[in-house]
Write a new protein. Structure first.
Length: 663
């Protein structure tokens, strides 16, 4: 529908309604415009107004009519059925979509050409700079990973920054946007901020130079007391309860609240930050910090659970805050834990106590790093038998809050993967080398500033072997179950790999598990200018995620030969059958260890404090009514069901193998 100038009668009616304008010729309206719903408005600049004919009901059942009331509006384009009321200062230089509600806002304006947070450099890991991530609306954890960690490829960094800068110039405007269906209620100052469709902004204190990206299926929410400057928030994100962020990217499904404070940090999918503080962190997917006394600083994390009082230091009081640390995926830090950066903690490890000697346990995943008399002690692989590890792995996919049709971050949730198993293989080598170097009679071994007891070393080798057999067997048994074959020749053909792609080293790109060779080829293509737009990158990551199982099998086949001695290209039925039995035993043994671990939560000691005013019987009854019975606990039932399921699968596959025709 075209816009037209106001008629003389419409101008007269607007003036009777208390409206003023120095030049009414700059005000345009749609053909069926009615002036009855515009009262006490001061217009200036070029303003276009859509139809104002719908009514709506605000919370509490208060009926309201679309219109413009008690506002100063300058240089704006206003869509259909917009409700603007009680603008205390002014609304300036915005294009406002249909069905937007703006009520009781102090100031909402674009004051200068702005990219709305796009292009802002975020100094992650190193507070003094050197690993800056350039923010943009479609930033993913994977692109941020390349920007932060591939500084050894300066041509790549230059190319990525150039692509972001080109995106920024397309985004830059002297007019802001407020998307269809957005609600802005009871806000103070909003300067140079783009607001996406269906976003809800309520009670904020100050937003400057940012973007609130949102969509109908997954609206963003910015809540009371928030102060945000130089920021971008994504669809489905929540920033509320007096949270303060500066130079921050907030990913899809992430929640920051309860007075959280963050600067120079990026938070990707489904992170949670409450009460505490973040400074120069790269928070990969599912980084969680819930406690007031927790400081995350100068670190790279993903799938992290930070305990209360968890702390790190990046400053030696010499050359400034220049140190950094890495806690690989699935880490946990217990209450009052401390790490002196630089340090690198292996995947799915637990950190307890205070560690000052810069440990590197990256080749020993699934470990406990524990302080004992000011020394760092490591128990390799013990987290493989922990019920908590499996519980975490199962809960992450269930806690994915993202609802947008276009997910920015590509995530592979698998606990056991080529990435983690390659570390177990290296871990076995490390432990065996330590034993050989120091001698079998040693009571403890020193490795990268941590102490490993002889019993912990032996147990670690055994547990890593179980994990290795379990993962390799998972892949083999699944192939044996799903593929069709009647002879041993057909079976071997069914088990051959799909090529060499993916058979080498794997990396964890902030939640996405992918062969390193794929990443390096991608980096080469970027450096050579084969990929032109920054917004195209996420499509590659999504494709990699889809290829995970294809590449994983290519990785498994040579490991079966190298680590198990099983060459599927020539293996006979009996060899395959023998490994299936070994796989079943490994799975059942690990599950039984977890079962025993879970039982610890139901011992008499765990009942301490229950049945507060009664006898031992009262205590037991109280405990059971609150915590439930051990055998009926969901996690325990899952273990028992898993044992039964995998045992039956092994029997099914072995029966299938027994029926093979041997040629």
């Amino acid at each position: 529908m075209k816009f037209r100038n106001l008629s003389t009668e419409e101008i007269a009616q607007l003036e009777r309604n208390g409206c003023v304008c120095r030049d009414w010729s700059l005000i345009t309206v749609k053909s069926d415009f009615s002036a009855s719903n515009i009262r006490n408005v001061q217009f200036s600049g070029r303003v276009s107004i859509g139809l104002l004919e719908k009514s709506f009901t605000s919370p509490g059942g208060v009926p309201k009519m679309a219109g413009l009331y008690h506002a100063t509006i300058h240089n704006c384009q206003i869509g259909d059925n917009v409700y603007i009321s009680q603008i205390k200062n002014h609304l300036a230089n915005y294009d406002i979509g249909d069905d937007v509600i703006i009520e009781n806002v102090d100031s909402l304006s674009v004051t200068e050409p702005s990219a709305f947070g796009n292009g802002v450099r975020v100094a992650v890991l190193n507070e003094t700079g050197g690993r800056e991530i350039a923010m943009y609306n479609e930033l993913s954890a994977q692109s941020a990973y390349l920007m932060a960690f591939y500084r050894h490829r300066p041509e790549l960094i230059s190319r990525l920054m150039h692509m972001v800068d080109a995106y920024v110039e397309k985004t830059r405007s002297d007019r802001g946007k407020i998307g269809t269906g957005a609600h802005l209620l009871n806000c103070r100052t909003i300067l140079n901020v783009n607001i996406g469709p269906y976003a809800e902004i309520e009670g904020i204190y100050r937003l400057t130079n940012g973007s609130v990206n949102s969509c109908e299926e997954d609206p963003a929410y910015i809540g009371p007391g928030v102060i945000a400057e130089e920021f971008i928030t994504s669809c489905g994100s929540i920033v509320t309860e007096s949270t303060m962020i500066s130079k921050c990217f907030v990913g899809q499904g992430t929640v920051l609240g309860k007075q959280y404070s963050a600067e120079n940090s990026v938070f990707f999918a489904n992170c949670q930050g409450f009460h505490g503080e973040a400074c120069s962190i790269f928070a990969g997917p599912y980084t969680v910090s819930h406690h007031k006394s927790t400081l995350l600083i100068a670190g790279y994390y993903s799938f992290l659970n930070a305990g209360s009082g968890s702390n790190q230091s990046n400053h030696m009081y010499k050359l400034g805050p220049i140190h950094q640390g890495i806690v690989e995926r699935g880490g946990k830090t217990t209450s009052d834990s401390y790490l002196l950066w630089p340090a690198k903690i292996g995947a799915f490890s637990l950190v307890m106590g205070r560690h000052y000697r810069n440990p590197d346990t990256s080749d020993l995943p699934f470990s406990y790093l524990i302080e004992n008399r000011d020394e760092s002690h490591l128990a390799p692989a013990v987290n493989l038998r922990s019920i908590g590890t499996i519980r975490d792995a199962r809960k992450w996919p269930k806690r994915d809050r993202r609802k947008s049709s276009e997910l920015l971050d590509s995530i592979v949730f698998n606990l056991l993967s080529p990435y983690s198993i390659q570390k177990m293989i290296q871990g076995i080598k490390v432990l065996k080398d330590l034993k050989e170097t120091s001698g079998p009679t040693s009571e403890y071994y020193m490795y990268n500033s941590v102490k490993i007891s002889d019993t912990a070393l032996e147990r670690g080798i055994q547990l890593y072997r179980l994990g290795l057999v379990k993962f390799l067997g998972n892949g083999l048994v699944k192939k044996l179950e799903l593929k069709r074959y009647k002879t041993d020749v057909e079976m071997r053909k069914a088990l051959t790999s799909d090529g060499l792609e993916g058979s080498g080293e794997w990396v964890d790109m902030a939640g996405l598990l992918v062969p390193k060779e794929i990443v390096l080829k991608f980096v080469n293509d970027l450096e050579q200018g084969k990929i032109e737009s920054i917004v195209d990158l996420n499509g590659y990551y999504r494709e990699w995620k889809e290829n995970y199982f294809f590449w994983a099998w290519n990785w498994i086949v040579p490991r079966l030969k190298e680590e198990i001695g099983l060459d599927v290209a020539v293996a006979g039925r009996d060899e395959i059958d023998g490994f299936v039995e070994e796989w079943k035993n490994a799975v059942v043994l690990l599950d039984e260890m977890m079962y025993k671990d879970a039982r610890k939560e139901f011992t008499l000691k765990s009942q301490t404090g229950f049945g507060i005013d009664g006898s031992a019987d009262t205590r037991a009854t109280d405990f059971e009514n609150v915590r439930g019975e051990f055998t009926s606990h969901p996690a325990v039932k899952d273990i028992l069901e898993h044992i039964d399921k995998k045992s039956k699968l092994a029997d099914k596959v072995r029966k299938k193998l027994a029926a093979l025709i041997v040629e």
